[in-house]
Design a protein around this ligand. Structure first.
Ligand code: SF4
Ligand code: SF4
Length: 137
């Protein structure tokens, strides 16, 4: 493996994905309270839905841009730090290589675009999300 391949492998597969931030995989993320939500998200206009149990905030998150969390180096809710989809867990467990995971992410993002363009049935995208991303499905 060349040094550049090694560094590509070490880079998180989440960079450029953001499917769990933009409302594709899940629609809400849980937060403990306002301090857990944090000033960066509050500054972007995110509000807690306090009536939910546990309290949540709605996705898409305004902090995600091109699959990257723009407030990553600032405060993020604990759920963001802890969230691990099926695919990222499989990579961490050594069951799927980062290259394979990136291919799955790329195919899923492509399918989502096709669904938006009316070229693919939504059910196909949902099957991919269930197979590769949603925990507990
Ligand atoms: S946890 Fe999964 S869905 Fe979320 S950004 Fe990472 S690879 Fe994508
Ligand atoms: S704060 Fe960052 S990690 Fe959390 S949902 Fe928003 S973009 Fe994703």
């Amino acid at each position: 493996m060349t040094p550049s391949e090694e560094s590509a492998n070490e880079q998180s597969i989440c960079i450029g994905c953001g499917l769990c931030c933009d409302g594709t995989v899940v629609t809400h993320l849980a937060v403990r309270d306002e301090s857990d939500l944090g000033a960066p998200l509050r500054g972007l206009g995110v509000e807690i839905i306090a009536a939910a149990d546990p309290p949540v905030f709605e996705l898409p998150c305004p902090a995600v841009c091109d699959g990257v969390c723009t407030i990553h180096s600032l405060h993020r809710p604990s759920a963001c730090e802890q969230f691990e989809c099926k695919l990222s867990r499989a990579v961490l467990d050594g069951e799927v290589s980062p290259e394979e995971a990136r291919s799955v992410i790329s195919a899923t993002l492509g399918s989502r675009e096709q669904v938006r363009a009316g070229l693919l049935n939504e059910a196909v995208l949902q099957e991919m999300l269930t197979a590769y991303f949603r925990i507990g499905d």
